[in-house]
Design a protein around this ligand. Structure first.
Ligand code: ARG
Length: 457
């Protein structure tokens, strides 16, 4: 089969080379974007008089028929045609005859592929904003139910201070909010049109790039044709945002795995989100959060892969850049699947409020509050800390929790202790007392929840 670029060649391409250099196996995912870009390009070619109107009409009709066939899954892409751009051009020529060959006037595959990638990532980014929002909605739904559910808060995975479960969950809401902002902000850099840059230097045809930008809904055009065809920053940026998002998903997943263990039993994931063991009949494994945690690795890998591909490239286009695609597609698929699972998994999980409550009754996470108690009576916090350290040690040695100590015992440690210490130490009061802005106090958490709900509107 003759190549679209075959004129200068005297030999057939080596079969292995053909397979090695082809991208059609993966870049066929850009088919619709490629057609969209071509429709705008040919429209502009007609408007500027570069192509006669009747050719434009014929080419457009042909492209629309191909689009239809792509959507019906009726086209066969060929490795011999190397990539999506040449496959579609070949299909067009088959569809409408030699006039199809006029579509590539004033354009190169270099500005074409960059345009396709911009269109593709714009669509995916908009979808991801919605998917992240769905996760936030699931978080808010659970948080609403659990403002007054308390559980141990940890630092170093050691019991630190009790917190509201809603507060703990909402921490993730804000991480995802920042991810959403990052996606939104990246649109500024995605929404720039490369088409019209030609191979690297622009074109001799009197094209109107601004018009193509308008037709495709881009905010503006790349001001430099060499930058236009060699910029892949917007993909690196997407992979970076995706990595941060996966890191957040992974941290939450880790908590879900830990919380659903026999040791914690803080939550139970719905049966429909777990799997069993082929040998141990009692097992209910949290495979989904485990895989979410693990898939973060491939997303980081894709980011690093592309950064490495790009780091040594001279201007302008280099074939190396074709390697921008698989990692991006893989990231899109991974992130899409992850977000779609995460939302319903959070929404359907059962929260074991009793287990959480009994956990905070069996620890020393109210110790800070005794120190605060003395400090409020004028004892320097440092001295109070020392006294409470001794009380905790004493309690541990006597196999008691802080609420089990008697008034007499407290007074032996410090004369300032009075009866009200017991209500101060009650875990619910410990949480309720932290009403500083952004704290876990119930009033603060309700306010925070209100802000979160407002943001989702
Ligand atoms: N398949 C190519 C890519 O993805 C399209 C651009 C090819 N350009 C070229 N000069 N070989 O990068």
């Amino acid at each position: 089969m003759s190549k679209l670029w075959g004129g200068r060649f005297t030999k057939e391409t080596n079969k292995l080379v053909e397979e090695f250099t082809a991208s059609i196996a993966f870049d066929q995912l850009l088919a619709l974007e490629d057609i969209e870009g071509s429709l705008a390009h040919v429209q502009m070619l007609g408007e500027t008089g570069i192509l006669p109107q009747e050719d434009v009409v014929t080419i457009k009709q042909g492209l629309l028929r191909i689009k239809d066939k792509v959507q019906q899954g009726e086209v066969e892409f060929l490795v011999e045609d190397e990539d999506i751009h040449m496959n579609i051009e070949r299909l067009l020529i088959e569809e409408v005859g030699a006039v199809g060959g006029k579509l590539h006037t004033g354009r190169s595959r270099n500005d074409q592929v960059a345009t396709d990638m911009h269109l593709y990532l714009r669509n995916r980014t908009l979808e991801f904003i919605d998917l992240v929002k769905a996760v936030q909605e699931a978080i808010v739904k659970q948080a609403k139910e659990h403002v007054e559910t308390i559980l141990p808060g940890y630092t170093h995975l050691q019991r630190a201070q009790p917190v509201s479960f809603a507060h703990h969950l909402l921490a993730y809401f804000w991480m995802f909010e920042r991810d959403k902002e990052r996606l939104q902000d990246s649109l500024k850099r995605i929404n720039v049109l490369p088409l019209g840059a030609g191979a690297l230097a622009g074109t001799t045809f009197p094209i109107q790039r601004e018009r193509v930008a308008e037709l495709l809904g881009f905010d503006h055009i790349y001001p430099n044709s060499m930058d236009a065809v060699s910029d892949r920053d917007f993909i690196v940026e997407f992979l970076g945002i995706a990595s941060t998002l996966m890191m957040h998903i992974s941290r939450l997943s880790e908590e879900l795995v830990v919380w659903s263990s026999q040791e914690f039993q803080f939550v139970e994931l719905d049966d429909s989100f777990c799997t069993g063991s082929s040998i141990m009949p009692q097992k209910k494994n949290p495979d989904v959060p485990e895989l979410l945690r693990a898939k973060t690795g491939r997303v980081y890998g894709n980011l690093f892969g592309l950064l490495t591909v790009l780091k040594g490239l001279p201007l302008a286009y280099n074939k190396d850049m074709q390697e921008d695609k698989e990692g991006m597609f893989d990231t899109v698929a991974t992130l899409d699947g992850s977000l779609r699972l995460l939302a319903p998994m959070i929404e359907t999980m059962t929260v074991n409020t009793d287990k959480m409550k009994s956990a905070v009754q069996q620890d020393y996470s109210n110790a800070t509050d005794i120190a605060d108690y003395l400090a409020k009576k004028g004892v320097p916090f440092r001295d109070a800390h020392e006294v409470i350290g001794k009380i905790v040690l004493y309690a541990i040695q006597h196999k008691k929790y802080l609420l089990d100590l008697s008034m007499e015992e407290y007074q032996e440690f410090h004369a300032e202790f009075q009866e009200d210490i017991f209500s101060v130490l009650d875990p619910t009061n410990v949480v309720a007392a932290r009403e500083s802005a952004g704290g876990t106090g119930f009033v603060q958490v309700k306010e925070q929840l209100g802000k979160a709900i407002e943001l989702l509107k």
